[in-house]
Write a protein that binds this ligand. Structure first.
Ligand SMILES: C[S@@+](CC[C@H](N)C(=O)[O-])C[C@H]1O[C@@H](n2cnc3c(N)ncnc32)[C@H](O)[C@@H]1O
Length: 277
């Protein structure tokens, strides 16, 4: 994942933060258009081990660890809430792999995906074209570009940190119907689980949401990263300059400051489930 969270909290001047933000947008565009990521259905850290009831889906072959992140949010962590969604919204849906997985678990649900990147939103729309009534919407800034109460399962992998957690929770609450499940995962560098959880609890309370659970998933994302290092190294060698060095950091590769945060225990990846009464 990119450095945006680090940038946002940095004391760097506003102009530097803006420049880095624009570079980050450009990096996503390049990765989604011209890098090996363009041939994939996911762009998340992954989660291992796979659950016993994980669904192997032919269209997602080779990306099981990334699909497992969605399985975690759509099934494992919410089993006791017994969701039966009519509409599933994936915020920051990327290439659409998560919505494809959601359809396998909840075939009756209508799907909505949104992503701030137009290239990937169009790509997800093509990938999901055979699933009736699926809608892909290009996102904007710090608002989810969809009406109030549009979904009863609001899902997100990797996008909440871009909004900022409190903003994300408020926006997800706005899009959630009464009875909805809100489940998301993300990662912080130099993170502190107690601080993250406190921010989420406060945001949930301020937006009338019940706090269902918080889970430290750092060991599982690190397991997925370690298993994936040879493939990442091979693919990064094909990323165009000047994004290769940034990609190495982005992919949390050995030798990067980001990998060291995993090995030294400073990384904080988490999953959270909220519920709208
Ligand atoms: C780490 S990727 C995860 C993609 C996808 N969820 C997956 O797991 O494969 C994060 C995604 O969030 C999107 N994103 C970032 N900020 C966003 C915003 N404000 N609204 C919608 N999408 C956003 C990015 O364009 C990117 O596709």
């Amino acid at each position: 994942m990119p450095d945006l969270v680090r940038i946002r909290h940095a004391t760097a001047p506003a102009i530097s933060r803006l420049a880095l933000h624009l570079f980050d947008l450009a990096a996503y565009e390049v990765l989604y258009r011209f890098s090996p990521v363009a041939r994939k259905r996911f762009f998340n850290s992954g989660y291992l081990p796979l659950s016993p009831d994980f669904r192997q889906l032919p269209a997602l072959a080779g990306e099981e660890a990334s699909a497992m992140m969605y399985h975690l949010l759509l099934a494992d962590l919410v089993a006791d809430l017994a969701p039966d969604p009519e509409v599933i919204l994936d915020v920051g849906c990327g290439q659409g792999g998560g919505l494809h997985y959601a359809h396998a678990l909840y075939p009756k649900a209508r799907l909505i995906g949104t992503d701030r990147n137009g290239t990937v939103t169009r790509k997800a729309a093509r990938f999901l074209a055979t699933i009736p009534q699926t809608r892909l919407v290009k996102g904007t800034g710090k608002r989810i570009n969809l009406p109030d109460a549009c979904a009863d399962f609001v899902l997100s992998v990797g996008a909440p940190t871009y909004f900022g957690l409190s903003t994300y929770v408020a926006e997800a609450a706005r899009c959630a119907r009464p009875g909805a499940v809100i489940a998301f995962s993300a990662g912080y560098r130099q993170g502190d689980h107690a601080a993250i959880q406190a921010e989420l609890r406060q945001a949930a309370a301020e937006n009338g949401l019940a706090f269902h659970l918080y889970r430290d998933i750092t060991p599982q994302t690190f397991a997925a990263l370690k298993a994936d290092i040879p493939r990442r190294a091979e693919e990064l060698a094909r990323v165009p300059w000047p994004f290769r060095a940034y990609g190495w950091k982005w992919a949390d590769m050995p030798g990067s400051e980001e990998y060291a945060e995993y090995t030294s225990g400073r990384r904080a990846d988490f999953a959270c489930v909220l519920h709208k009464p």
